[in-house]
Ligand binder design. Structure first.
Ligand code: NAD
Length: 482
């Protein structure tokens, strides 16, 4: 059980619970006073978010790096700051359109009535965030929730405590506590948070904890969005140019030292190209991080526990006969917990590297005989959060797209579908429930209220009792036009 960052365990439990209950009551009362914030108020909220991200960029860069041991400044700016600001700007541009009641078709026999979906804020929403992108995975859902007119409570991860402190202070400096507040704490605080009767709860984290969160939320019938993990495959098709495929795979795996929910978890490559694939990925990794031992471009593993977990995975695979290729030496790297890219060639299916989400820079590479074998292999496991396919053969590509189910897909690259705000982001099956980003995020945090506007020329009364000959005639007409 991870230690709490601010309190001893018992104190965490009571203080955390008390704080959550206090802020929730405050936000609920504020919601009841003003349940439907105007467009202008929501835009002001999004402006505050942009302002707090931009003015605290330096503080976030430093705090995240201190929490990790080393986190590349550029990775923080690209994968956290820019992503959030572009998400918030896109929400600002689209908000008027998103807030507008949307007409839906009305069947012929109900005309001339009209039907609309009218978005409304849900109320007070909770966000539980993980440590791997500690700012963007906390604030990106908040952007969607605030655009949708909600009040927000956030529980960040205890593993990135310095970042949480910066976030709490930055949010507190621009938002009132009844609009947006942060509660810090460990597992007990998380449990109490998940048991709070929010109007919606978005959780980002592991599948195991996600299940517990869903069970806790179910006690209040709180709807949940679960952004979880899994084993995301990268398939190199026979038609692929190996060099073109392996560069994005090395990049996608080594960004944040593989501690990315949508990182390619393992690679499936044509049997006769196994060695060429491993060589090309190793070469790409060396190009990306030529001085892996010393460069500040390469991120540390978050904790000793995760470092030991990853090393143990490699050792187990080695003991089970898999060939291990370390791209750089790991010996000098321990004090900063930097783990070089480690390729694991053809491990057994029941090795930990093939059973568990890796969440680090270890990359199993497995040979497959055909597209069908790749599809069968993927479909034997849980549904992945992401899938990557490389190649030129569009028939093979379409077969993979049609016959596998994953949260999202990028073709001929890695990670990019997540940055495309117009594409909903979320998992399927064990990799998650629901989605956000762009309009999908606005709708996740809204109630799309269906409203039927009856016309004064409505003919429905013709079907009211007393049932007569006229009713029969109307019925036979309706049957014809249904
Ligand atoms: P985690 O599940 O250990 O923790 C996530 C959050 O849940 C933390 O804030 C933690 O304090 C809190 N928590 C822990 N126990 C809790 C409980 N019983 N009740 C309520 N809250 C509790 O995950 P992590 O280690 O922080 O993150 C890594 C995992 O997150 C990986 O599996 C990764 O794939 C996944 N992830 C998914 C996405 C996505 O968008 N789908 C993004 C990033 C990470």
């Amino acid at each position: 059980m991870p230690a709490d960052t601010t309190h001893a365990l018992g104190a965490d439990q009571s203080e955390g619970e008390h704080e959550i209950a206090r802020i929730f009551a405050l936000q609920k009362a504020a919601y009841l006073q003003n349940p439907f914030p105007s467009y202008d108020r929501r835009i002001a909220g999004l402006d505050k978010l942009i302002q707090l991200i931009e003015t605290n960029e330096d503080a976030f860069v430093k705090a995240i790096s201190a929490d990790f041991g080393c986190r590349s400044k550029h990775e923080t700016i690209i994968a956290e700051m820019l992503v959030m600001v572009s998400g918030a700007r896109m929400a600002k541009k689209s908000l008027k359109n998103w807030m507008r009641p949307r007409g839906v078709p009305t069947p012929l026999h109900m005309l001339p009535a009209k039907s609309k979906l009218e978005p409304q804020p849900l109320g007070v929403v909770g966000i539980i965030a993980p440590w791997n992108y500690p700012v963007s995975l906390a604030l990106a859902p908040a952007i969607a929730a605030i655009a949708a007119g909600n009040r927000v409570m956030l529980k960040p991860s205890e593993l990135t405590a310095r970042t949480s402190d910066v976030m709490r202070e930055a949010i507190g400096s621009v938002f009132d506590e009844d609009e947006f507040a942060v509660v810090v704490g460990g597992v007990e605080t998380g449990q109490a948070f998940a048991e709070t009767p929010f109007d919606h709860l978005l959780f980002t984290g592991s599948t195991n904890i996600g299940m517990r969160v869903a069970m806790a939320a179910a006690k209040n019938l709180t709807p949940v969005t679960l952004e979880l993990g899994g084993k995301s495959p990268a398939i190199i098709d026979d038609s692929a140019d190996i060099e073109k495929a392996t560069n994005p795979i090395a990049y996608g795996k080594m960004l944040n030292a593989g501690q990315t929910c949508v990182a390619p978890d393992y690679v499936l490559t044509p049997m006769n190209k196994l060695d060429a694939t491993a060589d090309a990925i190793a070469a790409a990794a060396r190009m990306l991080y030529p001085e892996i031992d010393t460069t500040a471009d390469y991120t540390s593993i978050i904790s000793d526990r995760h470092f030991a977990r990853l090393k143990a995975m490699v050792e187990e695979a080695r003991d089970r006969g898999a060939r291990i290729i370390e791209v750089g030496s790991s010996n000098a790297l321990y004090p900063q917990r930097k783990l070089p890219l480690t390729l694991v060639i053809d491990p057994p299916a029941d090795a930990a590297v093939m059973k568990e989400e890796i969440f680090g820079p270890i990359l199993p590479i497995l040979p497959v005989g055909s597209t069908d074998e790749a599809i069968t292999r993927i479909n034997k496991g849980e549904r992945p959060l992401a899938l990557y396919w490389f190649g030129e053969d569009t028939d093979a590509r379409d077969r993979v797209l049609q016959q596998t189910i994953s949260g999202g897909v990028t073709i001929n690259d890695t990670l990019w579908h997540v940055a495309q705000e117009h594409l909903p982001f979320g998992g399927v099956g064990k990799s998650g429930i629901g989605a956000y980003h762009g309009r999908a995020g606005f709708e996740t945090f809204s109630h799309l209220k269906p409203v039927f506007y009856q016309s004064r020329f409505a003919s429905g009364g013709l079907l009211h009792p007393p049932y007569t000959e006229k009713t029969e005639k109307t019925l036979s007409f309706v049957r014809k036009i249904l």
